[in-house]
Design a protein around this ligand. Structure first.
Ligand code: ADP
Ligand code: MG
Length: 362
């Protein structure tokens, strides 16, 4: 089957034996990744991200489905095709830096060119290694033992080594997770630039939603071996298709309610109208969801106001915004007000509920 994807994953399945029977680590995943696209697999621990990545790398043998890399079938369970990792056009970076401690920076990066399958004529090795070291901003450190480098620098060595063979595909499994928070954010932007400059197609695994939102051209939100949503960061943030994605990506308030009529829901927020999905029957229960920044607070509720009143139970100052927790009719709402605001804990306030954007989940 021909298409323009660099990575094509179809009905991928992988199960592992465990004490309580088989674990479906990957449960019929489909994914197409275009040339130079940066795709992130995002999900909680144990949802199958690493297993998916390892199948693409050839480090796991799938139980079902197929994988193509740049038009070549590297894996097909039905036709019993399996191309081993060293013959796949990939580079890999892992959470642990996995650099050779007895080699210096240059030697570590040069290794795939001097000892690997893709040996380069001796005269070209130096240029290629130096080009990669410049790209990851380690020029000048070539002769340093890698063990003298910081964690961030060691991960740059690993990254340079992964791209030195100019692979078609770069696979990364939580590569920033061992770095401290500040460095992690810096490296995010840089990593994206490096991947773009190197012209690789990237598949990146993380459990960190803010990392996924800032890095991904496309994010695949996974749970229990399945992709629940694949879309741009904006789509995933603005249009979560279900409760799991809504809860996993960004902050969200959830309020249970009951459909009382066409477009009407009764909940602790009162009986109000919403833009309900077509399949909501009168009498059924639904979950209303809204992000904290879309709620507002007012001190002196006007008597005719439809806004429910609540009690402010917590307040945390974020610098550019303040996060309040407001209790009303047995639910706690998180409200995020940008800029300065001076509501106090213990104070009553009315919660302004906007007409949108609400998410309604059956
Ligand atoms: P993630 O990377 O999203 O945290 P993994 O892909 O590592 O998740 O794991 C998915 C599921 O498969 C988990 O339940 C995990 O325990 C199980 N699993 C992964 N690798 C193995 C293995 N080699 N043997 C048995 N179970 C495994
Ligand atoms: Mg993992």
């Amino acid at each position: 089957m021909s298409n323009n994807s660099i990575i094509s994953i179809r009905s991928l399945e992988k199960t592992f034996p465990s004490n309580d029977g088989l674990v479906r680590a990957v449960n019929k995943i489909d994914l197409e990744i275009a040339r130079n696209e940066f795709v992130v697999l995002l999900g909680p621990s144990g949802c199958g991200k690493t297993t998916t990545l390892r199948c693409v790398a050839g480090l796991e043998r799938p139980d079902g489905g197929s994988i193509e890399i740049n038009g070549e079938v590297v894996n097909s369970v039905t036709s019993r095709t399996f191309v081993p990792p060293e013959r796949r056009d990939i580079g890999m970076v892992f959470q642990s830096y996995a650099v050779w401690p007895h080699l210096n920076v240059f030697q570590n990066v040069a290794l795939p060119l001097t000892d690997g399958r893709q040996k380069l004529p001796k005269g070209q090795v130096k240029d290629r290694v130096m080009e990669c070291l410049r790209l990851v901003r380690l020029e000048g450190l070539e002769t340093r033992p890698v063990t003298d480098l910081s964690g961030g620098q060691q991960q740059r060595v690993a990254l340079a080594r992964a791209i030195v063979t100019q692979p078609m595909v770069l696979l990364m499994d939580e590569p920033l997770s061992n770095l401290d928070a500040r460095l992690r954010e810096e490296m995010r932007l840089e990593l994206k630039n490096i991947a773009t400059t190197a012209g690789v197609t990237s598949l990146y695994v993380t459990h960190d939603q803010s990392e996924a939102l800032s890095l991904g051209d496309k994010i695949c939100v996974m749970n229990e071996g399945e992709i629940l949503q694949a879309g741009s960061p904006q789509e995933v943030y603005a249009r979560p298709p279900n409760h799991f994605v809504a809860e996993f990506v960004g902050e969200m308030n959830f309020i249970k309610g009951k459909v009382t009529g066409p477009g009407q829901v009764d909940s602790p927020l009162g009986e109000r109208s919403y833009d309900l999905p077509p399949n909501c029957q009168v009498g059924s229960t639904v979950t209303l969801a809204i992000r904290p920044q879309y709620l507002g607070l007012a001190k002196d509720p006007d008597q005719n106001s439809q806004s429910p009143e609540g009690l402010i139970v917590s307040k945390s100052y974020l610098g550019d915004a303040v996060l309040y927790e407001v209790e009303l009719s047995g639910v706690t709402l998180t409200v995020k007000l940008s800029g300065d605001s001076n509501f106090a804990i213990g104070q009553r306030a009315s919660v302004n509920l906007p007409p949108e954007p609400w998410h309604i989940f059956p």
